[in-house]
Ligand binder design. Sequence first.
Ligand code: AMP
Length: 205
Amino acid sequence: MRLVLLGAPGSGKGTQCALIKNKFDIVQVSTGDLFRDNVKNNTPLGLQAKKFMDAGQLVPNEIVQNMLASKLDELGDKSFMLDGFPRTLAQAEFLDDYLARNNKPLNAVIFFDVDDKEIITRLSKRLTCKSCGKIHNQNYSECPSCGGELFKRDDDNEETVKNRLKVFHENNNALLDFYRNKGLLHVIKAVGSPDVIFERVSDIL
Ligand code: AMP
């Protein structure tokens, strides 16, 4: 199975990926996570990406596309879901071309539909667990799942969130049209508890 998950930052893609992984044998490929790992490890790629991430801007296509292609090459024939890629029409076209060349067509594209007001509320509260990686939208003092330490992402501050949403809206309609025209697009109203949203995702899968 090969999936693309689309949606604004904070629309719940990461949370749903965790639930999908529990039920299906499928690898999550999150370009945001790959960049954050590179930043943490001070790699040349991380150094290139950090200034764009801190400003809430997209990392240039060439950098993200090369990183994604090597990750997908590594995966061989495994099932995967893409979280955070593509973000632009050019990236979608690149992916389409890569997958066609490798004979690995997509099975579905799921768009998590959430309005901006809800996104801003969610991201202002978003905390991630250092130990288990779970994402929480409430002000816990420690991870309610494993007791691990929680941290706020550098780019979840108001100014950067506004930029990330602006960039999202500049690109999103073209992406939705691209996948709608291919007959791959599923739109899910992504407001409600993660379990309820996951039922909608499972129905599609
Ligand atoms: P995310 O965790 O998906 O919100 O991504 C965090 C940041 O990483 C984004 O704000 C971008 O700066 C960068 N990034 C992640 N994925 C992409 C992508 N597909 N294209 C360009 N930049 C990306």
